[in-house]
Design a protein around this ligand. Structure first.
Ligand code: VG1
Ligand code: CO
Length: 542
């Protein structure tokens, strides 16, 4: 077998964002694009003698990219690669395999919640030996490497047969093709009371699980229908397709509208859920009631002890800064630690590794725990099911009791998509410049208590991440946050995060958009969004 060293030159823009490198698929398929980035990964982490996990969410180009990465791993001297059958692995399953097999990390091929297909998005990211996304220091080093790369290594070989489970070899490198679902399903069986959930389904509990034609389908069918006895047809859109069937696999009320319609319809099931492209996000819906991701995190933290895997209790709860403070209220009541990190799962890794946090979450439909080092959509669904099976109450009852006990944090996120990048930047820098003068000002009947650009010092390793979002906080506990997305592939997406606290007992069941109306007006007024971008109303509201 011949190892070839191919001369190349740096390609601009190979900078990983919030979660890996994401680009339009044709860009990724372009001359040396994938190869340059993968070689930069191996140059930074080292490949000789190492074992990696490889898999992706099955989107267009997933299969071809996997063959290239395998040939490059072999050429760079890797000893072994564990790859999901058909090059498929959900992000949480990949994280689990990295940990279970004590490997040196893994490469995940996914652009997550972004659409897939020949004209849509593709992505690659590296996860560390702890199973978590590479931290900023490492992704920065990879990016720097892409700017100075002169060659990459690849073996000349036939495609590896990834369709058949078992061991093969590629130019002396061991390739283990594994069932993408089995080890993950076994982990879920250890964490949750499958007997109780099975009994609930046997008793007539009805659910709809929408995998949005993305990677979660096979996991959901195996766990919910085969192991937990949910009726056939509980899982819909359960076959992963290269273009996700034309769906936008982002589980929110806008893109998972069919599920929302079903859950708010006449014969709605008891429980609904959806997951994203790579299976790390979840949306949870009760009959006639939407659960905001920030509330979901708080409810899961308050009730996790009802599941066997968390019976000893939760050590701490971590949330991303834009996520509502509902989880903080739970941590206070339980007397456990609470942490506020920048956006992106990579910032939870150290807290989980150090045993400071057990449960983590983001307002962007991400929840997870220390069982892996990624957010985990199906895990959140199963924890909800476990809680429902033990409490024997509806989602609406559980939420009402939660708010009565802890108060309610009204919450919403407004996204303004595909704004010209220079206009978005100009708007952000104008507001950033205005922040120091805002304290004490009265807007929409609320007084500004503080305003800053969020910076985070990791309590474990002391690393500092600055410019993580502009925050304006009011004396009554309300706030808004503005930041630009780091996962998009076209122009800029402005995210406006809105929060208002209601301690209760009165005023706990308003419509969130109404409850937030003054905060929304304040955000538009102070940031002058329409002036800078011409946008008056958001494209997506969650
Ligand atoms: C978004 C979310 C963030 C999430 C990230 C990756 O990032 O806001 O909370 O961690 O996507 O999720 P951004 O930079 O676009 O706001 V996934 O499921 O796409 O890996
Ligand atoms: Co995802």
């Amino acid at each position: 077998m011949t190892i070839r060293t191919i001369a190349t030159t740096p390609i601009a823009g190979q900078k990983p964002g919030t979660s890996g490198l994401r680009k339009k698929t044709p860009v990724f398929m372009g001359h040396h694009y994938l190869e340059n980035f993968v070689q930069s990964i191996f140059d930074v982490v080292g490949a000789a003698g190492k074992t990696f996990v490889l898999g992706g969410d099955g989107r267009y180009f997933n299969d071809r990219a996997a063959q290239v990465i395998l040939r490059m791993a072999a050429a760079n001297g890797a000893a072994r690669v564990i790859v999901g059958q058909g090059a498929i692995l959900s992000t949480p399953a990949a994280s689990h395999l990295i940990r279970l097999n004590k490997t040196d990390g893994g490469i995940i091929m996914s652009a997550s919640h972004n659409p897939g297909g020949p004209e849509e998005d593709f992505g690659v990211k590296f996860n560390m030996p702890n199973g978590g996304p590479a931290p900023e220091g490492v992704t920065e080093a990879m990016y720097r490497r892409t700017t100075e790369i002169t060659a990459y290594k690849i073996v000349e070989a036939q495609d590896v047969d990834l369709g058949r489970i078992g061991r093969t070899s590629l130019a002396g490198m061991v390739v283990d093709v594994v069932d993408p679902v089995a080890d993950y399903a076994a982990l879920m069986e250890r964490l949750f009371d499958f007997d109780a959930i099975r009994a609930m389904f046997a008793g007539g509990f009805r659910m709809r699980m929408d995998s949005m034609c993305a990677v979660t389908g096979p996991y959901a069918v195996e766990i919910l229908e085969r192991r937990l006895g949910a009726p056939a047809g509980t899982c819909v859109n359960a076959t992963p397709l290269p273009d996700f069937g034309g769906m936008h696999p982002d589980p929110n009320p806008t893109w998972a509208k069919a599920l929302m319609d079903e859950m708010f319809g006449e014969d709605a099931p008891d429980f609904g859920a959806a997951s994203d492209g790579d299976g790390d996000r979840n949306m949870v819906v009760g009959r006639g009631i939407y659960v905001s991701p920030s509330d979901s995190l708080a409810v899961l933290a308050a009730n996790a002890h009802l599941a066997p895997g968390y019976a000893k209790g939760v050590k701490g709860v971590a949330r991303s800064m834009p996520t509502s403070a509902a989880a903080d209220r739970v941590a206070e009541a339980l007397g456990i630690g609470s942490y506020e990190t920048p956006t992106g799962w990579k910032f939870f890794g150290n807290l989980l590794d150090a045993g400071r946090a057990t449960i983590c979450g983001e307002e962007s439909f991400g929840t997870g725990s220390d069982h892996v080092r990624e957010k985990d959509g199906l895990w959140a669904v199963l924890l909800w099911l476990n809680i429902l099976a033990v409490r024997k109450e509806t989602v609406a009852e559980i939420l009402a009791q939660h708010w009565a006990r802890f108060g309610r944090n009204y919450y919403s996120r407004h996204d303004f998509e595909a704004i010209a990048a220079d206009k978005a930047e100009a708007m952000m820098s104008a507001l950033r410049g205005a922040l120091p003068g805002l304290k004490g000002r009265e807007v929409e009947g609320m007084t500004i208590a503080a305003a800053d650009d969020f910076a985070y010092t990791d309590p474990v390793d002391g690393s500092v991440s600055s410019k993580q979002g502009l925050r304006v906080m009011f004396e009554d506990g309300s706030r808004f946050v503005l930041r630009l997305s780091g996962t998009g592939t076209e122009g800029a997406t402005l995210r406006m995060y809105l929060e208002r606290t209601a301690p209760g007992p009165a005023g706990l069941d308003l419509d969130p958009q109404e409850a937030l109306a003054p905060v929304i007006r304040a955000a538009h007024g102070l940031a002058r969004i329409a002036d800078f971008t011409g946008r008056k109303s958001p494209d997506v509201v969650t």
